[in-house]
Design a protein around this ligand. Structure first.
Ligand code: LRH
Ligand code: MN
Length: 424
């Protein structure tokens, strides 16, 4: 489904006056409003190819309708999101869930919709039907070299798909671990995994990055072989300058201070990117900013502070990706909300009075430090996001226009209601 420009213009014409009034109000409060709007226009978030259909849990899956049944339809859906918010200009593929059958036509379709290929993801946490060796007891850490070699070759195959599409990074998340004490020799598991990573790293193109995604638990419930930021940093440091850690917000033990982890990984130059989502308990993969928007803001403050300290380009030097699963919301509406929440937190972080905060920290003025931070968090940055969209010819209110145009009904009319999207 394609959204013609005039439909967006009609929508914006109706909402323009109200927007300009709000923008005028907040711009009087925010001294660097113009700079923030420009930065917001450059900031793109990659959409996961595996989160364009309805997700489920082990207790069930309530399938949605009009879901994309092919990679082409998934790219079209991301094209829809990008037309509405001009902030979703990238896709992150998961192999083999989304193998590009015809690379040229896939690249042409994505280019036509203004979408680039972000990190590609390997999958050695499921057995494929034509697979020789099972990953039941792990993949890159497996006690059997044959299984490790099979998993290494899969990752090399994923890199080839990525190269063909113009991606320049691979994300490796391992479900490898143990569920009972005694099941695993932790040192051997680490050494097998490092040796396997080295095989993959040796074949990584010179301009590529390898993102090592850690996770505290699930599907193993006693140990994970890449279980936390420290272990991921250990692998990435031993591998070399093209290896980085990847922070999935849902992959931490309860009450972990993720913003401190982010600050230290940035300090080490080993933070590669993010899988944004939100959670109250485990790896809930909920809408970004839906449970703990203050934590998201604090993470973005550490990102802005740490990236500026290293003169990094906010828009391009880290991997900004969503990783969510939609059990009860329309996948496209959920993703629109997630992109909005990410950019609201980024804008709030950009308006923090850094000098005032540094002075408060220097004087141990804890009260003032909190005031400076929460003043930014309590500032409504949405008119800045709207202005950035407007200048990019996107919709003033993407979610409202998605509903006004009855996009889901049109997708159901075009695709029927039985198609199920590959993914989680
Ligand atoms: C694991 C994970 C990983 C993906 C998968 C879809 O929980 O976050 O990033 O490979 O979800
Ligand atoms: Mn993830």
């Amino acid at each position: 489904m394609f959204i013609p420009g005039f439909k967006i213009d009609d929508h914006n014409d109706k909402l323009l006056k109200a927007h300009q009034r709000k923008l005028k109000m907040v711009s009087e409060e925010i001294r660097n409003a113009e700079n923030i709007i420009e930065k917001l226009m450059q900031f793109q978030v990659a959409i996961p190819s595996w989160a364009l259909g309805t997700g489920g849990t082990r207790f069930g899956r309530f399938s949605g309708k009009g879901e994309p049944g092919t990679l082409e339809e998934k790219i079209e859906d991301i094209g829809l999101l990008h037309a509405l918010n001009r902030s979703s200009g990238a896709i992150s593929l998961h192999i083999p869930w989304d193998i590009p059958r015809n690379t040229q036509s896939i690249k042409a379709l994505a280019a036509q919709l203004g979408i680039r290929f972000d990190a590609v993801n390997s999958n050695t946490f499921q057995d494929q039907k034509d697979q020789s060796w099972s990953y039941k007891f792990g993949s890159l850490h497996h006690v059997d070299k044959k299984v490790r070699q099979q998993a290494i070759e899969h990752n090399l195959e994923v890199i080839e798909y990525g190269k063909a599409l113009g991606s320049n990074a691979i994300t490796v998340w391992l479900s490898d671990g143990s569920s009972f004490p005694g099941q695993l020799n932790f040192r051997k598991a680490f050494q097998n995994t490092l040796e396997s990573f080295e095989e993959i790293y040796r074949r990584l193109p010179s301009d590529w990055k390898m993102f090592i995604e850690y996770k505290a638990f699930e599907p193993n419930f006693y140990s994970m072989t890449v279980g936390d930021w420290g272990q991921s940093l250990l692998y990435a440091s031993k591998l070399g300058e093209k290896a980085y850690t990847l922070v999935d917000l849902g992959h931490h033990l309860p009450n972990a201070n993720i913003e401190q982890i982010v600050s230290l990984l940035l300090m080490e130059g080993k933070l590669g990117g993010f899988h944004f989502n939100d959670s109250k308990y485990g790896d809930d993969d909920l809408t970004v900013g839906s449970i703990n928007p203050y934590q998201l803001f604090l993470i973005f403050y550490e990102l802005v502070e740490g990236m500026d300290e290293r003169n990094m380009n906010h828009a391009t030097d880290l991997g900004w990706m969503i990783d969510a699963s939609h059990n009860v919301k329309d996948p496209l509406e959920d993703l629109l909300q997630s992109v909005e929440a990410i950019k609201i937190a980024y804008a709030q972080a950009l308006l923090v009075d850094k000098e005032k905060l540094k002075a408060a920290q220097q004087e141990n003025d804890v009260v003032m430090a909190q005031e400076v931070l929460q003043n930014a968090f309590r500032t409504d940055t949405r008119p800045l996001l709207t202005e950035a969209r407007l200048r990019a010819h996107a919709a003033i209110d993407p979610l409202l226009l998605f509903r006004e145009l009855k996009v889901r009904d049109e997708l159901i009319r075009q695709r029927g209601s039985v198609k199920i999207a590959t993914g989680l």
